[in-house]
Design a protein around this ligand. Structure first.
Ligand code: ZN
Ligand code: ZN
Length: 367
């Protein structure tokens, strides 16, 4: 048996161990990413049904061959999209009480399930699979590292791409094109280029605003490669920076450095967030750091854990988690600075997965 299917056998076992705690005798998994993580099947439609002794993957005819090849730990159930197939799917495992993913199943899908399998009781379960996904295997960390290498290489070229007169949109496209040329399967999310006052908006959508000397420019981008993601933010300055820029830039950089110096497994996700937040607040910018410190990255671009002041007490950091560390300070009307890197938590700290330099300066040449 290949290592790949061993991984999926292990994941199945981990889920089976939770069935009793959830109070169900089966779990139905329909979220694309959770389905892929558990089975290895990368198709865009299908459901897993996992019980103590069975593991079924139901999908339609488009995917039968692919599913059989990619998910050897699961028994293929050939779904023909007829209502009686829905009934037969649950009958095949003799389950009575089935957990469904409360965060992913729509009301209409839940209604359909209840109609198709009227003898089964469905129980919504929050974050059934997500906590498992947060801890990465060595192979997953390598996959994220490979996606990060693409963003590192392209971000380092911002110097060549950015010049006065270029629109945010054109700059975003130039970055995206280069990521695809370096082998990215796609973008992790739409590339963000936010210039000048737009950089005060953490998730600005690039538009027709032209880059001008004197602009802080936030670039936030990620590559998708073999299902895994990267996420990287750098802030640049076009031309000769003023004191204001350096003050904010150095504060954000110091906040990020403080996190790298002190983050480790065992910390609560709120404590990790505070490593940066306290420093930014002490500099008088508490109100200007309005988002969490970071998030998990893997098969999903935003996944567990969430590093935030609102993180629950029980949300503890563990070795093997891949997270972003992205403090920011945003001043309405002026702009903002965010610096984001990807790291994996190790037994005693964190190892960086992104290695792009943090030189914010882009000289403007007169011609
Ligand atoms: Zn980002
Ligand atoms: Zn991020």
């Amino acid at each position: 048996m290949s290592t790949r299917s061993n991984v999926h056998e292990e994941r199945l076992t981990a889920v089976r161990h939770k069935l009793a705690e959830w109070g169900v005798d089966g779990l139905l998994v329909s979220d694309d990413v959770n389905r892929r993580w558990l089975s290895g099947f990368t198709g865009s439609a299908g459901q897993l049904l996992i019980t103590a002794d069975k593991a079924l993957l139901a999908t339609d005819f488009r995917y039968w061959r692919q599913a059989a090849a990619q998910a050897p730990a699961f028994t293929l159930f050939k779904h023909r999209r007829a209502p009686e197939d829905g009934r037969a799917f649950f009958k095949a495992t003799a389950v009575n009480r089935v957990g469904i993913e409360a965060d992913h199943v729509t009301l209409s899908a839940a209604q359909k399930l209840r109609q198709e399998a009227d003898s089964v009781a469905f129980k919504p379960i929050n974050s059934a699979i997500e906590p498992f996904r947060a801890i990465k295997t060595a192979a997953e960390i390598d996959a994220i590292r490979a996606a990060a290498a693409i963003t590192d290489a392209v971000m380092s070229q911002a110097n060549d791409i950015f010049r006065p007169g270029l629109t945010e949109k054109a700059a975003a496209w130039a970055l995206e094109k280069r990521m695809r040329e370096l082998g990215a399967d796609g973008m992790a999310f739409e590339v963000i280029v936010a210039a000048g006052e737009n950089a005060a908006l953490p998730h600005h959508r690039p538009g027709g605003r032209e880059l001008r000397p004197g602009d802080p420019i936030i670039v936030d981008m990620g590559a998708r490669l073999n299902g895994y993601h990267s996420d990287l933010t750098r802030t640049f300055f076009l031309g000769e920076p003023d004191e204001q820029f350096w003050a904010i830039y150095n504060l954000v950089l110091a906040a990020q450095t403080a996190v790298f110096d002190h983050i480790r497994p065992g910390l609560n996700a709120k404590e990790a967030d505070a490593l940066a937040r306290d420093l930014i607040a002490a500099a008088g910018h508490k109100e200007h750091f309005g988002h969490g410190l970071g998030h998990g990255v893997g098969l999903g671009i935003h996944e567990a854990p969430a590093l935030s002041p609102r993180a629950p007490e029980k949300s503890r950091l563990k070795a093997g988690m891949t997270i972003t560390i992205e403090p920011g300070v945003y001043l309405p009307g002026w702009g903002g600075v965010r610096i984001e890197d990807l790291a994996v938590l190790t037994d005693d700290g964190a190892e960086l997965l992104s290695h792009c330099p943090k030189t914010p300066l882009i000289p403007v040449f007169q011609n």
